[in-house]
Design a protein around this ligand. Structure first.
Ligand SMILES: Nc1ncnc2c1ncn2[C@@H]1O[C@H](COP(=O)(O)OP(=O)(O)O)[C@@H](O)[C@H]1O
Ligand SMILES: [Mg+2]
Length: 260
């Protein structure tokens, strides 16, 4: 059965997109069929995948806006692109979703739009759908969490890393208690770990708060991350990349955690 997983944290710059893209590619490397969904109007995952925004085909924005009847309905199959080098299918996003909170305000059952979109036979052919969330607690995040069976929370290990984590887990609890009882926190993933004392301190705090929920894999800070986005190539495909190995370990741990 297809596992739908969100990568979420309302804080920006913590490594969500890097994690979503690289976990997707690492799972694909192990012959899983993976669909990565860019659900952030900033479209960073799309850029990572080298999306050609002049190709004329619909994006996640068109799919969502079409689903609520505000424009022509769009087929999900027409939104899926393929990244040859990364062996990955993906649905790109664009800036048209930036004011989703406003234009969806009056729409009935607006938290379930993505879930209804993904309830399509084409999704059943994938082993994993990985959703890269936007940095806010608005309607897009609610949609991603409602559609998912699991959520990964990347946390950049620096001082003030905890600001907002409680709010996020509170939102996850609300979703579990209302529309999606199946939603599980698959793990908190420490990102951009380095040798500084601040980094060590935050990792220790995360260990004491989250125990088993903390991934045993840690993602270290390395400039390879930026180079990988520029090359539009996942870290696990870059020869000798330590970060690539870490993301492979992270994907393995993820499969174990969901019992796949
Ligand atoms: N492990 C890492 N080491 C160094 N830089 C990283 C690492 N992970 C991500 N980055 C860089 O940090 C920035 C923010 O990461 P990103 O994944 O886009 O975060 P988010 O999606 O949460 O905003 C990007 O420029 C990215 O290339
Ligand atoms: Mg991002």
């Amino acid at each position: 059965m297809c596992k739908i997983i969100s990568v979420a944290n309302q804080k920006g710059g913590v490594g969500k997109t890097t994690t979503a893209f690289n976990i997707s590619a690492a799972l694909a490397l192990k012959n899983s069929r993976v669909l990565a969904i860019d659900f952030d109007p900033q479209a960073d995952l799309s850029k990572y995948a080298d999306f050609d925004n002049t190709d004329g085909n619909p994006t996640m924005s068109d799919l969502l806006i079409g689903k609520v009847g505000m424009s022509k309905a769009v087929k999900i199959k027409d939104c899926i692109r393929h990244s040859e080098i990364n062996n990955l299918d993906y649905i790109p996003c664009d800036i048209n979703l930036a004011n989703a909170d406003l234009f969806l305000a009056g729409v009935l059952s607006r938290e379930t739009i993505l879930k209804r979109i993904l309830n399509d036979d084409i999704i059943k052919q994938y082993d994993y759908v990985i959703i890269d969330c936007n940095p806010s607690l608005g309607v897009l995040l609610m949609n991603a969490l409602t559609a998912s069976s699991g959520v990964i929370i990347p946390v950049q290990v620096q001082d003030f890393a905890f600001g907002g984590l409680k709010t996020l887990t509170g939102v996850i609890t609300q979703i579990q208690e209302t529309i999606n009882p199946d939603l599980k926190i698959l793990g908190v993933l420490p990102t951009m770990v380095d040798r500084t004392n601040a980094s060590k301190r935050v990792v220790e705090q995360l260990e004491s708060i989250y125990n088993e929920a903390l991934f045993s894999t840690q993602i270290h800070r390395a400039t390879q991350a930026v180079e990988s986005t520029k090359q539009h190539k996942a870290l696990c495909l870059i020869k000798g990349s330590k970060l690539g190995e870490e993301y492979i370990a992270c994907a393995d741990e993820l499969s174990k955690r969901i019992g796949a």
